[in-house]
Design a protein around this ligand. Structure first.
Ligand code: GLY
Length: 254
């Protein structure tokens, strides 16, 4: 599916206090800004118009805009982040999305839902049940997606932060999977690129308008992606990795 727009948010200095389990040290803010600027340039080179929102120091993790909403051709769904420190991120995003979407639904309490937990494969949506996304959030999302005319199903996660930390859809029935999602019965009908633990961060990649975007520094995965015949673009995301942020988390795309 051709996409035309992306929304990103410049990281704020407070990102150095972002939620993390990574044990990789604190991000270097200036380096993160440079990496983010490169990310924006790459999105533009994939034929996307990019809206860059200003930093929001109230929310250290607010650069990870993907978690705040699910955007579909039929409408948007505002998430309800599972981490209390991130919950308020959705307010401003909803205001922005009103400029693009007439139909905007929202996940409500007691539901929690991080949109990093949802993977679109053609007209089906896989929803990860994680520490951030609960049953109520998933049920609400499935109801909205069904109303939009899409199918959806859940998958229980054991270790992954988000579903998309462990799987990406690269079009043409091809998934990139890692960790607990390798050989998962739910995905057995897909062709798969299986990513080893040492390169697991690269499983969170993006297929945009015929290009594949991958975090820099994962040569085996890059080679496997190149075999698809699509141009593969690397982006250094070392500073975002330090706060558990992946490549897809940094943008909303539609
Ligand atoms: N630091 C990204 C997250 O935990 O949501």
């Amino acid at each position: 599916m051709q996409i035309t727009q992306a929304i990103v948010r410049t990281p704020c200095p407070e990102m150095i206090h972002g939620l993390t389990t990574a044990n990789l040290g604190r991000p270097d803010y200036k380096k993160a800004l440079r990496q983010h600027a490169h990310y924006v340039e790459v999105l533009k080179s994939c034929d996307l118009e990019v809206l860059v929102l200003p930093p929001d120091g109230n929310f250290p993790d607010s650069t990870f805009v993907e978690d705040t909403a699910l955007l579909t051709p039929k409408g948007a769904v505002i998430a309800r982040p599972g981490a209390p420190s991130r919950r308020g991120e959705t307010r401003q995003i909803k205001r922005v999305l009103k400029n693009y979407f007439q139909n905007i639904e929202s996940i409500k309490s007691p539901g929690t839902f991080d949109a990093g937990d949802i993977l679109k494969v053609e007209s089906h949506y896989y929803i990860g049940l994680s520490e951030r996304t609960n049953q109520s959030g998933a049920r609400q999302m499935i109801r909205v997606l069904n109303d939009f005319g899409y199918s959806a199903s859940t998958i229980r996660l054991k270790n992954l932060l988000h579903l998309k930390s462990g799987v990406s859809y690269l079009d043409n029935n091809l998934l990139a999977v890692t960790g607990e999602l390798i050989d998962h019965p739910l995905f057995e009908h897909f062709d798969q690129i299986k990513i080893s633990a040492s390169e697991s961060y690269a499983a969170n990649s993006l297929s945009i308008n015929g290009f594949i975007l991958i975090a820099a520094g994962y040569p085996e995965t890059r080679q496997a992606f190149q075999k698809t015949g699509c141009p593969v673009i690397e982006i250094d995301l070392s500073e975002f990795r330090k706060i558990d942020g992946g490549l897809s988390c940094l943008s909303l795309r539609f």
